[in-house]
Design a protein around this ligand. Structure first.
Ligand code: HAM
Length: 433
């Protein structure tokens, strides 16, 4: 019996159309982030397990149950990174970037791994585009990051999405609130969902964003996080909100948003779209005031976000996807001389030379051998429309020209390779509107 292999559960292959769309989204990110002075960083996919335990937090779901951790051959525990913020902070410290002029602005693109139950929009290997800003604790830092994210999402033409923001305050405000919340919830423990009863021990703040109706009922009377904020934390959040308003970035304050990673302080945010279904967040982020210090670096305010590529790719409108994929709505098929037989080595060589010349001029062309019976000289210019046809017949091969026929009108243009290139591009631009 033959064995059939499958991609591991929760992983998938990215085929050429999607890979081209992703490349377009990544190129958009690079250009948008460059405008704000962000430089790319690529950290290892493997990190020491301890980094995430310390960084993301023992009480988070990620560290508690979702990590791909294993001992390597020397017995050291390594983990496939479940997110990139901890790794970027590690690299920031290790490479002495804390000595660089502040702020330091970094972005990353790459795979992340979480052992979660796969469902629509949720994978075990998924991909993020993210950015981290280090070094200034002004509210402008949070706003710069949010504004850049908004610009990115707009450039991709996303239509229906919302930006929810909240503050969890600094660590003093956060722990003061934690105490109050536990005091309120403890006597009502029996009314909470099982998950939240567990979280009461490990991470009570997470109970706030529980979707269970039982929990929501109990939480209705809970003390509010906003009331526990100290003056500094309140001032910071109010400034963030007013700057966002000045920039005309639409957002809602969502008092129960706390996010699932332990490192956040001050501003947290999430971008969601109702078109995504249950896994509706395509981006999450926030500030982390204590993380760099907790990982052994000098106290450094950080703020950043990560966009889920799988999720954002599914939100890019079709017209924008076509533009990003690049080859656009243009398909040109090329037909060679029908009068020649495939055994004519000289003509075949000439045909190869013609194709390579077109490619070197930037025309995307593939040979489609034996598209017509007995005719080895058919080729197609990559793309996806049917209104242009390229003919590489005897005359064209002899004169180093190419004949372009407009299928709708039958009109023919015999052009040099360079002129053909210009002609194809002008058609392309016109169809793109
Ligand atoms: P996160 O909210 O855990 O934050 O992930 C960010 C985004 O990654 C999510 O909004 C979602 O779009 C995507 N994502 C997460 N898990 C999966 C999955 N299993 N399958 C598909 N997509 C997924 C972070 O990772 C933080 N490091 C963000 C950050 C950066 N905070 C500050 N700086």
């Amino acid at each position: 019996m033959s064995i059939r292999f499958q991609a591991p559960r929760g992983t998938r292959d990215l085929l050429p159309r999607d890979a081209a769309l992703w490349a377009g989204i990544e190129a958009t990110a690079r250009s948008v982030f460059a405008a704000s002075g962000y430089g790319e960083i690529r950290t290892p996919i493997l990190e020491e397990t301890e980094l995430f335990a310390k960084g993301v937090g023992e009480s988070s779901d990620i560290v508690g149950k979702e990590m791909y951790s294993f001992p390597d051959k020397s017995g050291r525990s390594l983990t496939l990174r479940p997110e990139n913020t901890a790794g970027v902070c590690r690299a920031f410290i290790e490479n002495g970037m804390s000595q660089y002029p502040k702020p330091v602005r970094l972005f990353y693109i790459g795979p992340q791994f979480r052992y979660e139950k796969p469902q629509k929009g949720r994978y075990r290997q998924f991909h993020q585009i993210g950015a981290e800003y280090f070094g200034s604790r002004d509210p402008e830092a949070d706003v710069e990051v949010l504004a850049m994210l908004f610009r990115f999402v707009q450039r991709l033409g996303l239509e229906r999405f919302s930006i929810a923001i909240n503050t969890v305050g600094d660590s003093d405000s956060r722990s003061a609130y934690r105490t109050k919340l536990v005091e309120y919830l403890e006597p009502r423990r029996g009314d909470l969902s099982e998950e939240s009863q567990r979280r009461l021990e490990t991470n009570p703040l997470r109970i706030l964003d529980s979707k269970s109706s039982k929990d929501r009922h109990v939480l209705a009377g809970a003390p509010s996080l906003a009331d526990s904020l100290n003056a500094e934390s309140k001032w910071h959040f109010n400034a963030v909100c007013s700057f966002l308003a000045a920039l005309k970035i639409p957002f809602q304050v969502e008092p129960r948003l706390v996010r699932g990673l332990d490192y956040y302080t001050h501003t947290v945010f999430e971008l969601t779209s109702s078109s995504l279904g249950a896994q509706d967040a395509f981006c999450g982020g926030g500030a982390y005031e204590d993380l760099v210090a907790r990982l052994g670096g000098p106290p450094t305010y950080g703020v950043g976000f990560a966009v889920g590529l799988e999720r954002i790719a599914s939100l890019v409108p079709e017209s924008m996807a076509k533009k990003l994929i690049g080859t656009g709505p243009l398909r040109v098929s090329a037909v060679g001389s029908a009068s020649r037989r495939g055994e004519d080595r000289q003509i075949r060589a000439q045909f190869l030379v013609a194709l390579e010349t077109l490619r070197s001029k930037g025309i995307h062309v593939v040979e489609r051998k034996r598209l017509f019976p007995g005719n080895p000289f058919a080729a197609a210019i990559l793309g996806d429309t049917s209104d242009l046809e390229v003919i590489l017949g005897d005359d064209e091969l002899a004169t180093e020209t190419i004949c372009i026929r407009e299928v709708s009108t039958g009109e023919k243009h015999v052009l040099s390779y360079q002129d053909a290139l210009d002609f194809i591009h002008s058609k392309h631009d016109k169809e793109d509107g």
